[in-house]
Design a protein around this ligand. Sequence first.
Ligand SMILES: Nc1ncnc2c1ncn2[C@@H]1O[C@H](COP(=O)(O)OP(=O)(O)OP(=O)(O)O)[C@@H](O)[C@H]1O
Ligand SMILES: [Mg+2]
Length: 257
Amino acid sequence: MEISVHNIEFSYNGAPVLKNVRCEIGTGDFMAVVGPNGSGKSTLIKCMNGILRPRKGTVYISSENIREKTLREIAKKMAYVPQNKAGDSPVSVFDSVLLGRKPYINWKPSQSDIDITTNVIARLKLDHIAMKDINKLSGGQQQNVFIARALAQQPGILLLDEPTSNLDLKHTVRIMDTLKNLCKQGLTVIVALHDINLAMRYASRIMMLKEGEIYACGGREIVTEERLERLYDIKVRLIKNNGCFHVIPESSIENQD
Ligand SMILES: Nc1ncnc2c1ncn2[C@@H]1O[C@H](COP(=O)(O)OP(=O)(O)OP(=O)(O)O)[C@@H](O)[C@H]1O
Ligand SMILES: [Mg+2]
């Protein structure tokens, strides 16, 4: 499923945050949105999902204006994993993931809703905690549950805001691999990421946001030392090793030993 952002402008209380942002993201694309704190990544993702209404511009999913869709209709096409999750009321992991089926459920879950939930829980290896209260999990485990809930929604487009911020190395790779594999099956993934190395490893497209504007957008080749230095205002080295690029930001302690 494709998503198209047409010249979006967004302000919080009159303070402009997104300026003339436009992009086309095709079916099966894996796009990473990177940029400094406060550059507008979360705001852009919320505009894409219809949670925030841009002052100007339009978002289309499969050529349909999301403003003309109900939240339930949008939820069948697009799932969103927010950066900061509000605490859930006491609920098991299973029921929390089952909530992802809500857009499809009329008054009670069908066998297919239960099966989809069970499969997603197995795929993200959450079986052993399926009956635990979500509030009694670690931050990383909760993050995995929220990703599972979004996958249970069976969306064509998945928006994730810093999905790996609480995850250890193994779970980071597991989630990113899962997302990449889903992309190969046609899911469109848009993910706000701070880790530029992860972005370069997994994303087919990278959008650099700076002060609410697109600073650069394209394939991995747009990531250069010069652009990163201008984007983050810090000296960096870009090293290629075994076909992978690694960004190493300069630290003042390196020069002290
Ligand atoms: N609810 C809000 N009300 C007012 N201003 C806000 C609100 N949310 C965000 N902002 C402001 O909008 C700007 C962009 O914020 P946003 O959360 O989109 O940035 P971000 O790129 O996601 O940052 P981070 O990397 O820290 O998550 C910031 O200047 C922020 O202070
Ligand atoms: Mg953010």
